[in-house]
Design a protein around this ligand. Structure first.
Ligand code: ADE
Ligand code: ZN
Length: 330
């Protein structure tokens, strides 16, 4: 018979994807071998046994251990090419991709090698993969404000290769307040501003990101639902929220997908989209997130279409380009 839901995911923009968080476990083992650096686990099975998390920090500990194997321009080229291959299979048409150069600088990898590898892979992504791409450099909030300021200075020679800045890593204990000055500097450079907030931190972290950092988009933001005034504001101002359902379950910010606030946020008129965050760690790409929303939350084809339309609405793109993508969804 005719399927009730489409078997493929709608075309989507992915606005919350950490490039380093797309590294496949097998690539971690292989890159360690080829670069002659210690692998974070004895073999693939032992590594995979660690892919189970109690909270954000337990994921970040494994994530950063895995990233010590990334050493060369070629490693970053392969990382970004691998992402494009899998994103195409998930029907991604537009990606605004986070990357964390502070992590690699800390591992002794110069920012030039990181940038050359990534931009080399993404330069022609529209033609090679049918995906338009841009980069957003994230500050690691747990390294503090002075390090973020140094990172912004270090990326300025590559200013034209990025469209914005973000804020990620450990949320609790590192509130938006710390990053007011570096966000003002980034704004003066004409960069777009986003930040992770309201993932593990409460709704006050979302309000602070909006009021103090002047972010244009909030990453996660799910704990906003605890503050009715904030929900009204997010609706009235149509602030985009990049929600990551499978990530939230994997990191236990929600108990099960059935408890996820996404359907309520959509019903309240918030500009929410579906994103994968760190797909090999959390159970898959955007297509797997859509599939889980269908099967475990019973979301309808009309709701999924709205989420896909919202994803393009939330992009840093011109109106006419958004319209063309949205016409493809309908
Ligand atoms: N780095 C990679 N994924 C992240 C997430 N979900 N939250 C904060 N920092 C991250
Ligand atoms: Zn994230």
């Amino acid at each position: 018979g005719v399927p009730v839901f489409p078997l493929t995911s709608p075309p989507t923009a992915e606005l919350h994807i950490h490039l380093e968080g797309t590294i496949e476990p097998a690539a971690v083992i292989e890159m360690a071998r080829r670069n002659g650096v210690p692998a974070p686990a004895a073999d693939l099975d032992e590594l995979l046994s660690r892919y189970s998390f109690a909270d954000l920090q337990s994921f970040l500990d494994l994530h950063y251990a895995n990233l010590t194997v990334l050493r060369t321009e070629q490693d970053f080229f392969e990382l970004a090419t691998g992402y494009l291959d899998r994103a195409r299979a998930a029907n991604i048409r537009r990606a605004e991709i986070f990357f964390d150069p502070q992590t690699h600088l800390g591992n002794g990898v110069p920012v030039g090698a990181v940038m050359a590898g990534i931009t080399g892979a993404l330069a022609d992504s529209e033609r090679t993969h049918g995906i338009s791409t841009d980069l957003i450099m994230c500050f690691l909030r747990d390294r503090g404000a002075a390090a973020a300021d140094e990172m912004l200075t270090a990326i300025l020679p590559f200013r034209d290769a990025i469209i914005g800045v973000g804020l990620d890593s450990t949320e609790i204990g590192f509130p938006p307040e710390l990053f007011v000055d570096v966000y003002a500097r980034a704004a003066a450079e004409g960069l777009h501003l986003v930040a992770h907030a309201g993932e593990e931190g409460g709704p006050e972290t979302v309000t602070a990101a909006l009021d103090l950092l002047h972010v244009e988009r909030v990453d996660h933001g799910i704990r906003s639902v605890e503050d009715p005034d904030l929900v009204r504001r997010l609706r009235d101002e149509q602030v985009p929220l990049t929600v990551c359902p499978l990530s939230n379950v994997a990191l236990r910010t929600v108990d099960t997908l059935a408890d996820h606030p996404l359907p309520g946020m959509l019903a309240d008129g918030l500009l929410v989209g579906v994103n994968s965050d760190d797909p090999p760690y959390f159970g898959g790409y955007v297509d797997r997130n859509y599939a889980a929303l269908r099967t475990e939350l019973g979301m309808t084809a009309a709701q999924l279409e709205q989420l896909a339309l919202n994803s393009f609405e939330s992009c840093f793109l011109d109106r006419a380009v958004k319209d063309a993508y949205q016409d493809e969804v309908r």
